[in-house]
Design a protein around this ligand. Sequence first.
Ligand SMILES: NC(=O)c1ccc[n+]([C@@H]2O[C@H](COP(=O)([O-])OP(=O)(O)OC[C@H]3O[C@@H](n4cnc5c(N)ncnc54)[C@H](O)[C@@H]3O)[C@@H](O)[C@H]2O)c1
Ligand SMILES: [Zn+2]
Length: 345
Amino acid sequence: MTNPIYHIDSIASFENRINKLGKTWTNIYILVDENTKKHCYPLLLDANPFLEVANLLVLDAGEDYKTLEICDSLWSSLIDTGADRKSLIINLGGGVITDMGGFVASTFKRGIDFIHIPTTLLGQVDAAFGGKTGVNLEYSKNQVGTFAHPLFTFIDSQFLRTLPERELLSGLGEVVKYGLIADKSLFELLKDKENLIQNLDSIIATSIKIKEGYVLNDFKESGDRKKLNFGHSVGHAIESCYMGEVLHGEAISAGMICESYLSFTEKLISQEDLNQVIEMVFSFFSKIELEEKMMEPLINELKADKKNENGVMNFTLINGIGESSINHFLGEEKVKESLMFYLNL
Ligand SMILES: NC(=O)c1ccc[n+]([C@@H]2O[C@H](COP(=O)([O-])OP(=O)(O)OC[C@H]3O[C@@H](n4cnc5c(N)ncnc54)[C@H](O)[C@@H]3O)[C@@H](O)[C@H]2O)c1
Ligand SMILES: [Zn+2]
């Protein structure tokens, strides 16, 4: 597997990046959802008129549509329009589009070329880089997928101008995670709310650099790449149990509080560190009102997490602000306690 490639640049240089690959394709497809068709596709076309001949594939927006049924309809559209093994799919959208478009491309005729142009902050700092693709099954997230890299991921923060604020904040949840697991100065930078937008380009570049470090050293996630899962064990459980109600970044931010609490009870961080995490999370997000009756479904989700080994829950925890460690195996009671801690905040 080759190393992942990304370019942070103006979308005007996209054609040049494509040309540098020295490849030709029989068909080019652009996958969008209804929102990125409206807000991002015109920007892409204006700067890259050569894409006017590309076939546009338009999906409904949202996590609800990240399903095998939609993939099925995409595979059929590809076949109906004569796609072959030398076709290219450009995924223009948030994490749903890049996850699903990457999955469709990496499985169609055993894998065709694809490029990601993420248009959400979450996509730019995380989902569109690192080679994970996938879709949800009825009750559980990202259960079917592949490891496959796009030819490259192209990042232009200009696309974020039309992103709703709640979506922008959701992406910042992932940035908080990078700060917590690996970069104290990034965490500190996020405290400067007044200059957040001005600092966005450097925040994106730092975030992706951190992720790149983990992906390059551990593509298949057998070692340190697991650090990127901080907040995600509890976060994914919340996301699955409250599907359609909470955004990914919101769920993992609640997860980061729970997992920081576990770091505290495991004596890895101080009370002061824990307080800093709570303060940071609540500076961006309101509290998710978890109900006590959801404890059991949440724990069941946590037990089903594909990161677990032999049914034991496996967590990445923090050892301070900007430091983390993997493979902390914790029992159900402790995990429940962390959820109750969040619930009672
Ligand atoms: N593969 C990975 O490593 C990875 C990592 C993190 C998250 N993910 C996945 O990413 C998904 C979440 O991604 P997301 O938050 O980007 O969600 P999303 O793709 O649903 O986008 C969020 C919303 O913003 C809209 N939108 C996108 N770009 C826009 C723009 N520029 N202007 C206006 N509206 C715009 C979309 O239409 C959608 O309504 C989840 O499915 C999650 O599992 C994957
Ligand atoms: Zn995430």
